[in-house]
Design a binder for this molecule. Structure first.
Ligand code: NAD
Length: 484
């Protein structure tokens, strides 16, 4: 098998296997063929990984930030040099078109390694003068062993978005990729070691939810960063709370995208395409509730359908293909189930709506119009290529309806009215907002959700606060006064 790794896990700088672990079959979503066979971590593997991370942490944190940063930046360079091979692997692991993986996966991981590598040397505490010459200084310290748990939609990116800031701050990590896409995190670990990351600083172990749960509850672990669904987030947050651990929760969404009648329709259609069909709709921040002002609704739907007809659906390894399969048979069936619900609840099917008759797990890009707020497809995260278009008349009305959801990951608005754009964004209950664009996530900007979509932020300087803590040191330059 071409994509079979040397072993399932990467611990203490080496590939490690334990065939007693439950089987994990890696399936190429474009054909359904098995491309690798791995094993879930046994308790012995979990133990080995946590011990390795624990033992390596003090020496890694004792390096200067400049040294840690240099190593991370070297890893970033290696990732960029190998971008094509890493993209081929990512395409086979996820089914995403090579057209996407060459620009959005290893490259995004490399950006994180470069950015946090660059920041590592300037992570400091501060000096706080008090009265009478006394003062306080703060020391920015690593948290210790961090656990990263990934979803399957951006496996390389998630492994790096968590690993890079964690390592920059002097933590070590045990990363558990999604059982659906276990391959690329192993490559991230290999590259980090090749760049000079000491043994045990970044470990990868495979497994289903039970392996994730055993990592989260382990007393050696100081912090848990999860990318996954809200139900999993609830469980992981609760388990972490028991040990008073730090958490970052990057969870699901049902984000609104509002298109006013003064918007540039072509741009709004582009935003709606990017926010619903990139990665076959399997993006957490997608704007899947597209509110279109009544006057331009039919024009918007017409242009959308015309543009969707140009999607090139097919073999994701073909560089011309812009729309690939869903990640798994299970995820395809979930999307098809929602499509049936949309039809049954009376939404008007404007485009797509069927499985594509070919090998693999392909679902047509699907658009429903005349969707109302209470329909299932407007309330639940689908995580597939299904767009709901809803009508609105006034700004006040659409603002209330856009926020009427338990989620708060992202939100977008298309309008040429400058003040309205900022007013709308100020009213959005969401962590990541877009004006006249959609779904960008550069490493320089904070990314994350509010409400049920998450806690904490990834990327940007803010991520540093989620992977380090301050020690406060008081110094008296005077005699100590006591009452007796
Ligand atoms: P999931 O919640 O099923 O699984 C996520 C990860 O958690 C997997 O690695 C899984 O093995 C692990 N897990 C499951 N149960 C666990 C437990 N009890 N304890 C510890 N770990 C456990 O999600 P998924 O299907 O892999 O990914 C899709 C979801 O991820 C969607 O909801 C999507 O919106 C979300 N997502 C969010 C972001 C973001 O940045 N906000 C990015 C990508 C995906």
């Amino acid at each position: 098998m071409k994509f079979q790794p040397r072993a399932s896990h990467f611990i203490d700088g080496e590939y490690v296997e334990d065939t007693n672990g439950a089987a994990i079959e890696v399936i190429y979503p474009a054909t359904g063929e098995v491309i690798a066979r791995l094993h879930s971590a046994t308790p012995a593997i979990v133990e080995q990984a946590l011990n390795s991370a624990k033992n390596a942490q003090a020496a890694w944190a004792a390096l200067s930030g400049t040294e840690r940063g240099r190593i991370l930046r070297r890893a970033s360079d290696i990732m960029r040099e190998r971008n094509y091979d890493l993209s081929v692997l990512e395409t086979h692991d996820t089914g995403k078109p090579i057209q996407e993986t060459t620009v959005a996966d290893a490259t995004s991981g490399a950006d994180a390694l470069e950015y946090f590598g660059g920041l590592a040397a300037s992570l400091t505490g501060e000096h706080i003068p008090l009265g009478g010459g006394d003062f306080v200084y703060t020391i920015r310290e690593a948290l210790g062993v961090c656990v990263g748990i990934g979803a399957w939609n951006y496996p390389t990116q998630i492994a790096c978005w968590k690993g890079a800031p964690a390592l920059a701050c002097g933590n070590t990590m045990v990363f558990k990729p999604s059982e659906t896409t276990p391959l690329s995190a192993l490559k991230v670990a290999e590259i980090l070691v090749e760049a000079g990351v000491p043994k045990g600083v970044y470990n990868v172990i495979q497994g289903y939810g039970d392996v994730g749960a055993s990592l989260v509850s382990d007393p050696r672990v100081a912090k848990v960063s999860l990318t996954g669904s809200v139900p999993t987030g609830r469980k992981v947050y609760a388990a972490a709370a028991d040990g008073m651990k730090h958490v970052t929760m990057e969870l699901g969404g049902k984000s609104p995208m509002i298109v006013f009648d003064d918007a540039d329709i072509e741009n709004a259609v582009s935003g709606a395409i990017l926010g619903n069909f990139y990665s076959s709709g399997q993006v957490c921040s997608n704007g899947t509730r597209v509110f279109v002002q009544k006057g331009i609704k039919e024009a918007f739907l017409k242009r959308l359908s015309e543009r969707l007809a140009h999607a090139k659906i097919g073999d994701p390894m073909d560089e011309d293909v812009s729309f690939g399969p869903m990640v798994s048979e299970n995820q395809m069936n979930i999307a098809l189930g929602y499509i049936e619900k949309g039809k049954a609840e009376g939404a008007r099917l404007v485009y797509g709506g069927e499985r594509i008759e070919r090998d693999g797990y392909f679902v047509q890009p699907t658009v429903f119009a005349d969707v109302t707020d209470n329909m299932t497809i407007a309330r639940e995260e689908i995580f597939g290529p299904v767009m709901s278009v809803l009508d609105f008349e006034t700004e006040e009305e659409v603002m209330a309806r856009a926020n009427d959801t338990e989620f708060g990951l992202a939100a977008g608005v298309f309008t040429n009215d400058l003040t309205r754009a900022h007013r709308i964004v100020a009213g959005f209950e969401a962590g990541t907002c877009y004006i006249n664009t959609y779904n960008l996530a550069p490493v320089e900007a904070p990314f994350g959700g509010s409400k049920m979509s998450g806690v904490g932020r990834e990327n940007s300087k803010l991520a540093i606060n989620h992977f380090s803590e301050m020690k406060t040191v008081y110094i008296s330059m005077n005699d100590v006064e006591a009452p007796y």
